[in-house]
Design a protein around this ligand. Structure first.
Ligand code: GLU
Length: 263
C-alpha cells in the first residue's frame, strides 16, 4: 500500500513539473510568422539624432528608421508594414527579450558580452566613443577624466570601456541622453562619454556643449535579435539588405544626407 502511495506521489510530482516528456519549445517570431502577421516590429531610439529620433510631426525618423523601412520592404515587398516601438539604451535588450519587438535597430554596438546573449546582423555603421564637455572646460581628452565625475547612459558600452581606460573615474549613470545632457549642463558631472554619432547630434543642438576631437573605440552598429534558431532567417534577410545597400551605395548616401561623418 505504502509503496503504491509513494509511487503515485512521485508520478504526480513528475507530471506537475512537466518532466514527464521532454517538451519542445515552439519556435515563434520567425521570419515566417512575421510574414504571416504582415507586420514587423522594430525597436528604435527616439533620443539618438540622427540615427533614431521623432521628427517635427512626431514620426520616427533617422538613419536607423530608413534601414528599418528597407528591411520591411525586403520582407513584405508590398503587403506589410513596419511598426516602430521606442527603445532606450537601458531598456532595448529587455524589450527584445520580452518579445515586445522582433529586432532592435538602436545605435547598438556589437560587443563580446552582447554576442553571448544576442544574435547580430553584419555592421551597418562604425562609430567611435568620444568625450563631450561644457564649453570652456579644461578637459581635453580621456586622460583628463581621472578623478572626475563622468556621465554615461545606462546600458551603453561606454561604462565598461570608461572604467577600463580611466581607473580613477567616478561614474554617474542616467537612463536617457536628455537626462545625461541636463546633468552635464547643471554641473553634476564633468563630461559625457558615449558614441560620437550621438554626441555630435547633441552638441550641434547646443552651443554650450563641445565634442572633443579624439575617438577612443570602434563601435560597429548592427541590428540585434533574440539568440537562437528563431532568428536565423531574419538575420539572413537583414544581412542581405545591409550588404546590398552598402554595395549599391544606399547606406553611404543616407550617411551623407544625415550628415553622419565617419572618423
Ligand atoms: N553604441 C553604444 C552602445 O551600444 C552606445 C550608444 C547607445 O547609447 O546606443 O552601447
Amino acid at each position: 500500500m505504502y509503496k503504491k502511495i509513494i509511487l503515485l506521489l512521485f508520478l504526480m510530482i513528475f507530471i506537475l513539473c512537466g518532466c514527464s516528456k521532454p517538451q519542445k519549445e515552439p519556435v515563434v517570431n520567425t521570419l515566417d510568422d512575421i510574414t504571416k502577421r504582415g507586420e514587423v516590429v522594430i525597436g528604435i531610439k527616439t533620443d539618438a539624432y540622427p540615427f533614431g529620433f521623432k521628427d517635427k510631426n512626431g514620426k520616427f525618423a533617422g538613419y536607423d528608421v530608413d534601414l528599418a523601412n528597407m528591411i520591411g520592404q525586403e520582407i513584405f515587398k508590398k503587403k506589410g508594414k513596419v511598426k516602430f516601438v521606442p527603445v532606450t539604451s537601458s531598456d532595448r535588450i529587455m524589450k527584445l527579450f520580452s518579445e515586445d519587438v522582433d529586432m532592435i535597430i538602436a545605435t547598438m554596438s556589437v560587443t563580446p558580452s552582447r554576442l553571448q546573449i544576442l544574435d547580430f546582423s553584419n555592421p551597418y555603421y562604425i562609430a567611435g566613443q568620444a568625450v563631450m564637455v561644457r564649453k570652456g572646460s579644461k578637459i581635453k581628452g580621456l586622460s583628463d577624466l581621472n578623478g572626475k565625475k563622468v556621465i554615461i547612459v545606462f546600458g551603453t558600452s561606454s561604462e565598461s570601456s570608461l572604467r577600463a581606460a580611466v581607473p580613477r573615474v567616478s561614474i554617474l549613470g542616467y537612463k536617457t541622453y536628455s537626462e545625461a545632457v541636463k546633468a552635464l549642463k547643471q554641473g553634476k558631472g564633468d563630461a559625457i562619454v558615449s558614441d560620437d554619432t550621438i554626441l555630435i547630434g547633441l552638441s550641434l543642438k547646443d552651443g554650450n556643449l563641445v565634442l572633443l576631437p579624439k575617438r577612443y573605440s570602434r563601435e560597429p552598429y548592427a541590428v540585434a535579435f533574440r539568440k537562437g534558431i528563431e532568428s536565423e532567417d531574419l538575420v539572413r534577410v537583414v544581412n542581405y539588405v545591409i550588404d546590398e545597400s552598402a554595395r549599391n551605395g544606399t547606406l553611404q548616401k543616407l550617411q551623407k544626407n544625415y550628415g553622419i561623418k565617419k572618423y
